[in-house]
Design a protein. Structure first.
Ligand code: 6R9
Length: 567
């Protein structure tokens, strides 16, 4: 029997107090995610149980019990406090998926500070705008990433500490830099846990929109109530599972379900900090006997591409439940996974802003391949008419996905951007910014985004950010960025570029521009193709008509061009 039992029954009798009671939380009490994910599990008699099995490049392995993660997070929290970090200060984690990322996350929360995880492949410009906006006090990083911090530190007066976790003690430290080694530090047995309440800020995740700078999505400690129960009912995690979430905690899936969900349930989880290959992933599942696997469509499509033969080389019989998130999960991928793993991938839909899974396919519920499933019990979801913002009652009609506000893990605001936060609510609904329809059985079918944000391999990229970075390249006069179709990543970034006179549109220039973006922003934001054009289509008011370029790439109808400048 699955944890959720029968979906329809759960929906009928749902109250978030189910989660509060299981977590022994009473309104107005202290609620600290760092404590819930380590100390509480130890107090429940599971101190010696494995919390983390970590594997790095070349098969290097480390294991941590719940008592180990309790002590390690105490030790990091204590160190931060001694540096002068106080409650609500922002502490950025800029690390590869090494144990310090996971343990540091808990340590930051334990002292009441706000964790700001950032993807370690980010370039200096991506890092700068996010640290500037959050007025971050400290950054925890590695030797190999510290160069990016050094490049921008003069522009960051709030950043008082650059903490390097793997310093070899040889190279001299620069201004504001300091060394912390988890292995060498004296373990701190007793740390005073900061008495955070339901509405105390916990995590700040940055997400990209069509326009403007990335937005800092503010979450609070009460989000645990949602993350715990969704991990239990959707991912179906139980005590003796071995759980693997393939997402990086630089993104919300990697924190909500790569740290908080599984550890608040006291389960053993695995982390693989190595590059992707089908063999490496299957070997990892076989070796650690992974039972529950949370991954993403791009990874699944890459595994499909690697073929069925490679699957047969490994014993994957431990796998019990498979779930996917981040982008549309095509029906073929569901059918394929059923064929080769004997289990279908269950699609789940949610956002950085929602903090936890909103729509999903549940264990025991009939899956319609290609559909996202149904709203989580306790979540009221609808499709709104894009003109009137009223719910659409006819099955199959496309509209905007919207949710009735009030679930525990909902963002509380965009950092220093209350106006944009408010603009997300209309007629008492939260607008997701995605389009879908609902069939006659209540299943949601994803159609697309309602903005220009590019979802490449499950990662959101802002065309505006890439266009702005392109303009900083000396050869680029104008640019427009759209997505183009891609077999594995669904879509990738494509840039249209007008060069300044005197610059040649040759292969060298293309590579040069691509690398410029990769270094400044990230490998994800790097255009996979650059097309040189004489001019860009613009509206009479001078705005670039991305819609036209997008339609051309996707072979779609161009639609209304009546505001085009050249007509
Ligand atoms: C958790 C996460 C959110 C956006 C979301 C939507 C897309 C997520 C999806 C999906 C189709 C799914 N998305 N899950 N699209 N099917 N099952 O991914 O958060 O990085 O904020 O992205 O991703 O467009 O609005 P985030």
């Amino acid at each position: 029997m699955s944890n959720i039992g029968t979906y329809d029954e759960r929906r009928k009798n749902f109250d978030w107090s189910i989660s509060e009671e299981e977590l022994e939380y009473k309104p107005e009490n202290v609620i600290n995610i760092g404590w819930y994910c380590s100390d509480r599990i130890c107090q429940m008699g599971k101190a010696d149980k494995l919390a983390l099995i970590w594997e790095g490049f070349g098969g290097r392995e480390k294991k941590y019990s719940y008592n180990d993660i309790r002590l390690a997070s105490n030790t990091i929290g204590d160190f931060l406090q001694k540096c002068g970090i106080k409650s609500e200060d922002r502490v950025c984690i800029f690390l590869d998926r090494i144990p310090e990322l996971y343990l540091g996350f808990l340590g930051i929360l334990k002292i009441g500070a706000i964790a700001q995880p950032l993807f370690s492949a980010f370039g200096d410009e991506s890092l700068l705008v996010r640290l500037e906006n959050a007025e971050t006090s400290a950054i925890i990083t590695q030797r190999k990433h510290v160069g990016k911090v050094r490049k921008i530190i003069d522009k960051l007066p709030h950043l008082k500490h650059v903490i390097i976790v793997d310093h070899d003690g040889k190279k001299p430290l620069k201004e504001r830099e300091m060394v912390f080694s988890l292995e060498e530090a004296e373990p701190v047995e007793n740390l005073k846990i900061y008495p955070t309440k339901a509405e105390s800020a916990s995590v700040l995740h940055y997400t990209s929109g069509t326009t403007g700078l990335p937005k800092g999505v503010k979450h609070v400690h009460y989000s645990l109530i949602g993350q715990y129960l969704t991990a239990k009912w959707v991912l179906d995690i139980s005590d003796d599972d071995i759980y693997w979430c393939t997402a990086d905690p630089g993104w919300v899936t990697g924190t909500s379900y790569g740290i908080i969900g599984p550890w608040s349930l006291g389960v053993t989880q695995c982390v693989l900090d190595a590059g992707f290959s089908a063999d490496a992933w299957y070997r990892f599942i076989e070796k650690h006997k992974v039972t529950v696997w949370y991954s993403a469509p791009t990874a699944i499509r890459s595994l499909m591409k690697a073929g069925d033969e490679v699957v047969k080389k490994y014993d994957l019989s431990s796998l019990r439940h498979l779930v996917s998130v981040g982008e549309p999960l095509n029906a073929e991928a569901v059918v394929w996974s059923e064929k080769v793993f004997g289990r279908p991938f269950h699609d789940s839909y949610w956002q950085t802003e929602t903090g936890a899974i909103m729509i999903s396919n549940y264990p025991g519920m009939k899956i319609k391949p290609g559909s996202m499933g149904k709203p989580f019990p306790g979540i009221e979801a609808t499709i709104l008419d894009p003109e009137t913002y009223n719910p659409i009652s006819q099955p199959g009609r496309i509209g905007l996905i919207a949710f009735k506000p009030g679930w525990p893990s909902m963002m509380r605001t965009y950092w220093k951007n209350e106006e944009t936060y408010k603009s997300k609510f209309v007629n008492g609904w939260y607008l997701s910014g995605d389009r879908a329809n609902i069939d006659k059985d209540g299943y949601f079918w994803f159609i697309g985004r309602d903005d220009d944000v590019i979802n490449t391999g499950g990662h959101l990229v802002s065309p505006f950010e890439v266009e702005s970075a392109l303009l900083e390249h000396e050869a680029v006069a104008e640019s427009a960025v759209v997505s183009k179709p891609d077999e594995v990543n669904m879509e990738v970034v494509k840039a249209f570029v007008v060069l300044h006179p005197g610059h040649e549109p040759d292969d060298d220039m293309e590579l040069n521009i691509m690398n410029f973006i990769r270094k400044r922003l990230s490998p994800l934001a790097m255009p996979q193709e650059i097309e040189y054009v004489e001019s860009l289509p613009k509206t009479r008011s001078g705005k670039i008509m991305r819609r036209l370029l997008h339609a051309k790439e996707w072979g779609e109808e161009i639609g209304d061009t009546s505001t085009l400048e050249d007509e």
